[in-house]
Design a protein around this ligand. Structure first.
Ligand SMILES: Nc1ncnc2c1ncn2[C@@H]1O[C@H](COP(=O)(O)OP(=O)(O)OP(=O)(O)O)[C@@H](O)[C@H]1O
Ligand SMILES: [Mg+2]
Length: 304
């Protein structure tokens, strides 16, 4: 079974697509069969980062039932051995606003793809699609910069993602769903307490839905002198979300990244010795360690 990893952020432009394009290539070099899926339905651009300017097939072909299986739109990238890409387009209103059933069909098909690792780019922000795609994975990577506005958006994004996941345990017309969806919560514990007060067994249901919440952090575009209180970030995650927030690593701001984007190549191939590439290699190594842990958990008899 493929391990699914999602990448999201509260704020746009933090570097999700760049990090993911590099992770795909670096993990493939470790012998993993990789599929990168561009689910940034409003702003898909992963194909551009690999120099595929006009993808032969896209996610839209699957969503519009032009093809029946998602596998048919997964294109091998000839320059990057071991990496397949499901390109997004998002240039129709229908794709950007896909109905619930379509989203479920997409997620079911995703889980059935034959790869070791599926990397999902869910785009930025707290729209329902982004939150649902983000939380449908085994491991959730958040990319933030050290910019205070990005950090605030990152907290908000993680909190809303967790609340939405807890909500998925209940039917939409359930009184618990209605109450949770319309209240503002300080922490996930408050959400669980509300479920507990409302109906017997509801807390356990919400907790079970949250069992697959395994967020981890990449800090990107780090400049000399830019400060981020990582201890505080982890503390806030523990206190308000009830989870550990392991850090996969930091990527420095690096001109080589900008040049690589203009050259339609992931920086780890374009400038392998650049500071950003070295940092991304470390992150890929840490990600593999997490993937091994998650694989063991998912395959254990008590798996979520
Ligand atoms: N470490 C870095 N050093 C220098 N420039 C960077 C770095 N990371 C990202 N960038 C620049 O930021 C731009 C945006 O990155 P990217 O497209 O990966 O962000 P994103 O989070 O996917 O954006 P969106 O939210 O719009 O999908 C890149 O095109 C690149 O020029
Ligand atoms: Mg992007």
């Amino acid at each position: 079974m493929a391990i699914i990893i999602s990448v999201g952020s509260g704020k746009g432009g933090t570097g999700k697509s760049m990090v993911l394009a590099n992770m795909a290539v670096l993990l493939a070099k470790q012998g993993k069969k990789i599929c990168l899926v561009d689910l940034d339905v409003g702003g898909a651009n992963a194909h551009i980062l690999y120099g595929v300017l006009k993808p032969e097939a896209t996610l839209t072909d699957f969503l519009n039932r032009k093809v029946s299986s998602l596998q048919e739109v997964a294109q091998p990238l000839s320059s990057f051995h071991g990496v397949h890409l499901i390109a997004g387009t998002g240039d129709t209103l229908k794709t950007a606003n896909m109905p619930y059933q379509t989203k479920q069909r997409l997620l079911r098909n995703l889980a059935g793809l034959d790869y070791d690792i599926i990397l999902m780019d869910v785009g930025a922000g707290t729209g329902f699609h982004a939150l649902d795609f983000f939380m449908s994975s085994h491991l959730q990577v958040c990319v933030t910069t050290t910019d205070p506005t990005a950090i605030i958006d990152f907290y908000r994004f993680l909190k809303l993602a967790a609340v939405r996941k807890a909500l998925s345990a209940f039917l939409s017309h359930d009184v618990i769903s209605k109450t949770i969806a319309s209240e503002e919560f300080k922490s996930m514990e408050d959400v669980l307490e509300l479920a507990d007060r409302t109906r017997q067994g509801a807390r356990q249901k919400a907790e079970a839905a949250l069992a697959g919440f395994r967020p981890c952090l990449v800090i990107n575009q780090v400049r000399e002198g830019s400060a981020m209180n990582k201890l505080k970030v982890r503390h806030v995650a523990r206190q308000f979300l009830g989870v550990d927030l392991p850090e996969l690593g930091e990527v420095p701001w690096d001109e080589a990244v900008q040049e690589s984007v203009r050259s339609y190549m992931p920086v780890c191939e374009y400038a392998p010795e650049s500071p950003a590439s070295k940092a991304l290699k470390k992150i890929a190594g840490n990600l593999l360690t997490h993937i091994d842990k998650v694989t063991a958990q998912v395959n254990s008899p008590k798996a979520d």
